[in-house]
Design a binder for this molecule. Structure first.
Ligand code: UD1
Length: 370
């Protein structure tokens, strides 16, 4: 009798999870349902059309088998809701393994629910460390890694971080970057979008800005100082700013409802945003994933944070850590104007085949354990 398929339960919850889970589900599909049966749980941490549904449509992600509908809330409440609701699903039909991606509250909650039920956990994008424990994501990373059975890493520094924390080397697997699998699979489609035309932009003639980290957007005075410099920049190079809902809420609460004088838009879908980044003169961001995407695209990136958990984007890529001091941003932006656009660099394993390597390892280990 042939072996029963491996049952893998995958979890996604917030915007940056969707582009990471897409290539993994596509690879499961490619291997066939008699080899692996993948299910998808959407925790509902992000629930807006623009923060969630458009990504499923753009990336052809199958509709989730379960939607936990947890929505927004404090960290404690959001994490607890995912933990409680996913536990019921895991108990009703325990899978062979649970796979989580990234570092959001849903990632931590799902892994914790699984290990307590003795279901092994695979963490994709393990080992990244900013060494700043004030970042909620840093806590999620440390805790998720410490309870996961497979730690799939995207860059060499991640392995060194895990070894330093006492993780057994055989649990660590360098596989490359699933987010870049998605970028490579979709770049041509992105180029077919009329994004620039719709926004009235010319290739190379604008900057893209994203801001959503609590450290940047939760303090009205800090945000106002940052916006003052960004408005100055906008006077020389148009700054396109798709506004994250957290940032919009912060602006409305702290700055009397006045959006800054930049080219603001609603959050964009995956293909529009990829097209926008790929043709930008420079990207200004406090996101983690965008530091990697600009490196893969060869587009200059100024990161508005004091630390990065993705050092390879600085060592080999196009990223520069500017910090959150508005003056530092002003001078870094000036320097961008004086050097030519970089050629894209391809860190090891950022080749579009990370999901394939993950599935090879998981299937080998899970079949061997039967
Ligand atoms: C979360 C992740 C962060 C990730 C970011 C990408 C954690 C701790 N943080 O931060 O790592 O980089 O997603 O976006 O998990 N909101 C909406 N609609 C939505 C979702 C959120 O309006 O679909 C609003 C709500 O007012 C909510 C706020 O945004 O309170 C923040 O959402 P939340 O999921 O708590 O964290 P993010 O800041 O999005």
């Amino acid at each position: 009798m042939p072996d029963a398929p491996i049952r893998l339960l995958t979890v996604a919850g917030a915007r940056p999870n969707f582009m990471k889970i897409a290539p993994i589900l596509a690879e499961c599909e490619r291997r066939g349902s008699d080899c692996i049966e993948a299910t998808l749980v959407h925790t509902g941490q992000h629930y807006d059309e623009q923060m969630s549904a458009t990504f499923f449509a753009d990336l052809g992600i199958p509709l989730p088998d379960f939607n936990l509908g947890v929505g927004s809330g404090s960290h404690g409440r959001q994490t607890a809701e995912v933990l409680t609701r996913i536990e019921e699903i895991l108990e009703a039909a325990p899978p062979d393994a649970v796979l989580v991606v990234g570092d959001v509250n849903s990632t931590l909650a799902a892994s914790l629910a699984a290990v307590k039920l003795e279901i092994p956990v695979a963490h994709v994008e393990a080992g990244l460390r900013s060494f700043d424990r004030r970042m909620p994501e840093e806590i999620n990373r440390i805790l998720t890694d410490s309870i996961s059975d497979w730690l799939f890493t995207t860059e060499e520094a991640a392995e060194a971080n895990l070894l330093r924390e006492g993780v057994a080397p055989e649990r660590i697997h360098f596989v490359g970057n699933v987010m870049i699998d998605t970028l490579r699979a979709n770049l041509e489609r992105a180029h077919q979008q009329d994004t620039l035309e719709r926004l009235g932009l010319e290739a190379g003639g604008y900057a893209v800005l994203t801001l959503h980290r609590p450290s940047n957007v939760d303090d009205a005075a800090h945000l106002a100082a940052l916006f003052a410099v960004l408005e100055e920049i906008h006077a020389t190079l148009p700054v396109v700013f798709p506004v994250h809902p957290r940032t919009r809420a912060s602006i409305e609460a702290g700055l009397g409802g006045k959006l800054p004088d930049l080219h603001t838009t609603l959050p964009l879908g995956y293909l529009d945003f990829l097209e926008l980044m790929s043709k930008a003169r420079v990207v200004l961001t406090d996101s983690g994933g965008i530091q990697e995407e600009t490196t893969a695209l060869g587009v200059d990136c100024l990161t508005l944070r004091d630390s990065t958990e993705r050092p390879i984007t600085i060592e080999q890529g196009t990223n520069r850590l500017v910090g959150t001091d508005p003056e530092a941003l002003r001078s870094a932006f000036r320097e961008i104007g004086t050097h030519p656009r970089e050629t894209p660099s391809v860190p090891k394993g950022w080749d579009g085949r990370a999901a394939e390597r993950i599935l090879d390892i998981l299937l080998h280990d899970l079949k061997g354990a039967r």
